[in-house]
Design a protein around this ligand. Structure first.
Ligand SMILES: *Cc1c(COP(=O)(O)O)cnc(C)c1O
Ligand code: SF4
Length: 440
């Protein structure tokens, strides 16, 4: 059975051609047939991917911080005849030859989330909003995951923090309850696609019961990677819908935040899922990540934004790729991000134009890519201030080493080089005026 009406194109690699359509459209079948290990992946792929390519993946997986988890739907979205350059493959399966040495400022918890955690599974960085990490599993695992310190299985290169249990939720809920300044709660992880319907209701209703909580966002990548979840898992869908409708009756917003990065991911099946959400009045926003080789050119980014808009998903953010382990090959310099923003703005409605964000390492939070106050082009350092987090500190994002000149790259890599470079950057700016410094 060709899956053209599900995927929007005919995948001639023929994976799952023999699978019954009703099975393919069942979220449980998708979960059951997901692959977690390279040998399962090899078995699922049969001979659609060349042996050399499978070897590349096996070696690549030994080096990275994220384990793999892929379902048949995503495996079927990959064009296996062009697997090396395929933008879907690139997001979920690492190849040894594409990996680059980590930037010396890379860390496993680039956003310093673990330092701003007042209760288990809760990040409180901004005055009126919190991030509530309710699970550490997702329906698929992305190689560039920001939260690779916790999300997914341990890999050969990275052990994981343990996140979350029902008792952990109670402490987080108590913290939110006792802090009237918190109006906005992002329920994330991990992915709420992995929560039982009863737990979605438990968390959703508990939050709605707190008078000062005005806005709830349920974060799930399943809209993009497992859209059948919205169509075949009625109890799960109805749990979200119940919380959303009760929220509406209380004049509070309950939205879904999701994560698409490439226009091919906006399939006919996604449209079907969106028709259900839209007809129930549940608004969906997208948070994309800017990834080299996936969506780092204007035409792809514009196509993504227009396709999302066409299915009533509002493009909200495009993030810089965080400086976490094993992501150097995905990162682009700040100047590329600014170029993309310029190209995209005006291509469609303003309310469907995402904000391009640098989530600053060290916990400065999200900053408009254009709003930097310091730049050192030799070392690829861009400085942002973030008054709502810490008005006296400057936060830096660093361009990938591949984009610097060889001398600067060598300085970064030399013993003690990193600390010497960091010592030369201003930690605080005397004024709030932009001061762009030329390379020394
Ligand atoms: C991203 C984030 C939020 C939500 O921020 P918005 O800009 O409102 O989407 C809240 N808390 C933390 C810690 C975050 O990283
Ligand atoms: S869906 Fe989100 S939390 Fe899960 S692996 Fe991908 S980026 Fe990480």
């Amino acid at each position: 059975m060709p899956h053209t009406d599900i995927l929007g194109f005919e995948n001639t690699s023929g994976l799952y051609a023999a699978t019954d359509k009703s099975e393919f459209l069942d979220h449980k079948w998708q979960d059951k047939n997901s692959v977690f290990r390279i040998d399962q992946l090899e078995a699922a792929l049969g001979n659609v991917a060349p042996e050399s390519f499978v070897n590349e993946m096996r070696e690549g997986l030994k080096k990275v911080g994220m384990s793999i988890r892929l379902n048949p739907y995503i495996l079927d979205l990959i064009d296996w005849r062009n697997a090396e350059s395929d933008p879907i493959r690139r997001q979920f399966l690492p190849m040894l030859s594409e990996l680059e040495e980590d930037h010396p400022c890379t860390s496993v918890d680039s956003l310093d989330e673990r330092k701003t955690s007042p209760a288990p599974n809760l990040i409180h960085r901004y005055p009126d909003k919190v991030l509530f990490l309710v699970t550490s599993v997702c329906p698929v695992y992305c190689q560039y995951c920001t939260r690779s310190y916790a999300v997914g299985q341990a890999t050969e290169s990275l052990q994981k923090d343990t996140v979350t249990s029902a008792s952990g939720w109670l402490a987080a809920l108590n913290y939110i309850r006792s802090n009237p300044s918190i109006e906005d709660v992002v329920v994330s992880g991990g992915d709420i696609a992995r929560l039982k319907p009863a737990n979605i209701k438990l968390i959703g209703h508990a939050l709605l019961d707190i008078e000062h909580v005005r806005r709830i966002r349920f974060a799930t990548k399943s809209v993009s990677v497992q859209p059948m979840k919205f169509l075949s898992d009625d109890p799960w869908y109805e749990a979200i819908n119940e919380v959303a409708q009760r929220g509406r009756s209380l004049f509070k917003s309950v939205f879904v935040h999701t994560h698409f990065n490439h226009p091919r991911e906006v399939t006919p099946l996604v449209e079907k899922a969106m028709r259900r959400l839209f007809s129930d009045g549940i608004h969906v926003r997208n948070q994309a990540v800017l990834l080299r080789g996936v969506n780092d050119n204007p035409s792809t980014m514009i196509e993504l934004i227009k396709k999302l808009s066409a299915v009533n998903i509002q493009p909200y953010y495009v993030y810089s790729c965080d400086m976490v382990m094993g992501t150097e090959h995905f990162r682009v310099p700040v100047s590329d991000m600014q170029m993309l923003e310029r190209e995209v703005r005006g291509a469609t409605a303003g309310f469907n134009t995402p904000l391009f964000i640098v989530d600053t390492p060290g916990g400065g939070g999200k900053r408009d890519v254009h709003s930097f106050e310091y730049q050192n082009s030799k070392f690829g350092a861009t400085g942002y201030r973030s008054p709502s987090v810490d008005r006296n500190r400057m936060y830096f994002y660093f361009d990938p080493l591949r984009t610097l000149d060889p001398a600067a790259r060598a300085e970064w890599r030399a013993p003690g080089g990193r600390d010497a470079i960091l010592a030369r950057l201003p930690s605080v700016l005397p004024t709030a005026k932009p001061s762009v410094m030329a390379a020394e």
